[in-house]
Write a protein that binds this ligand. Structure first.
Ligand SMILES: Nc1ncnc2c1ncn2[C@@H]1O[C@H](COP(=O)(O)OP(=O)(O)OP(=O)(O)O)[C@@H](O)[C@H]1O
Length: 251
């Protein structure tokens, strides 16, 4: 579902991603973890075709982000922090208009809104104007909008930030329910306990490089740590102590 090969991205002289290679198959929630500035948002924006790679290849649901960005866009739903809901429209109006953009007729749109109401507990958000939403209500509609076309790949970038414990719980339950055959959810966070709960496999990024990738249990097992946060520090410490090949290269 996601195939990233030697992906690099530079902003001017700054390397945000360095030779990242990652694969994630269907039927899982795949976590992208790392502190602020690790490169998570840059990576997810490239996967969503919102940003062009500097080097390397990225394929999403079989489509290359450079060669077939339209097909990639149809295959992904993105939640990336920006709410961007028109204050005067109700949730139902927002969702109907997005469904229309993806070619659903009114009957299909309303059926899909019904499914999302059940999955996300949209409830009264559907008939309330977005200008009157709490952060949690807005986030539900933003997620429903991202998946209105039922995309195989869902990208959630720091989607739980700013949510209270009820909204966060609803989000994590929804994310867990996306774990289905033919589907892949990419979940980025710097809150490692969230990833421990909801992700099957994770990649830990640090300064634009993949420090480790694997099932959560395996990462804990290999580092001998109790939590992903402790495992992260152990791995970064180990990496810093590792002699780099170029240090020993003959002049
Ligand atoms: N448009 C830009 N121009 C210059 N540098 C950028 C730009 N966007 C990101 N960066 C830099 O690239 C690096 C990676 O940023 P990115 O936002 O991808 O990290 P992140 O892991 O998502 O962190 P955060 O959780 O803070 O968003 C950071 O050092 C950041 O300052």
């Amino acid at each position: 579902m996601l195939d990233i090969e030697s992906l690099s991205k530079t902003y001017g002289a700054h390397a945000a991603l360095r030779e990242v290679t990652l694969r994630a198959g269907e039927g899982q929630v795949f976590g992208l973890l790392g502190p602020n500035g690790a490169g998570k948002t840059t990576l997810l924006r490239i996967v969503a075709t919102l940003l062009a790679p500097t080097a390397g290849t990225v394929r999403v649901a079989g489509h290359d982000v450079r060669r077939d960005p339209e097909a990639v866009r149809r295959s992904v739903g993105v939640v990336n922090g920006g709410m961007g809901l028109p204050a005067r429209l109700t949730g139902r109006e927002v969702l109907r208009s997005f469904a229309g953009l993806y070619g659903l007729n009114r009957r299909q749109a309303d059926a899909r809104i019904g499914e999302l109401d059940t999955a996300l507990g949209l409830g009264r958000t559907l008939d309330t104007r977005a200008g009157d939403y709490s952060t949690g209500m807005a986030q539900k509609v933003v997620i429903a909008r991202a998946v209105i076309h039922d995309p195989p790949v869902l990208i959630l970038d720091e989607a739980a930030s700013g949510l209270d414990i009820f909204a966060r719980r609803a989000l994590l339950d929804f994310v867990a329910a996306t774990r289905r055959p033919g589907r892949l959810t990419l979940y980025s966070t710097h809150v490692m306990s969230e990833a421990e709960e909801v992700c099957d496999r994770v990649a830990i990024l640090h300064q634009g490089e993949v420090v480790t990738v694997g099932p959560v249990g395996e990462i804990l097992g290999s580092t001998g740590e109790r939590t992903l946060e402790r495992a992260f520090f152990a791995l970064v410490r180990a990496q810093a102590q590792e002699p780099r090949a170029e240090v020993f290269r003959a002049p």
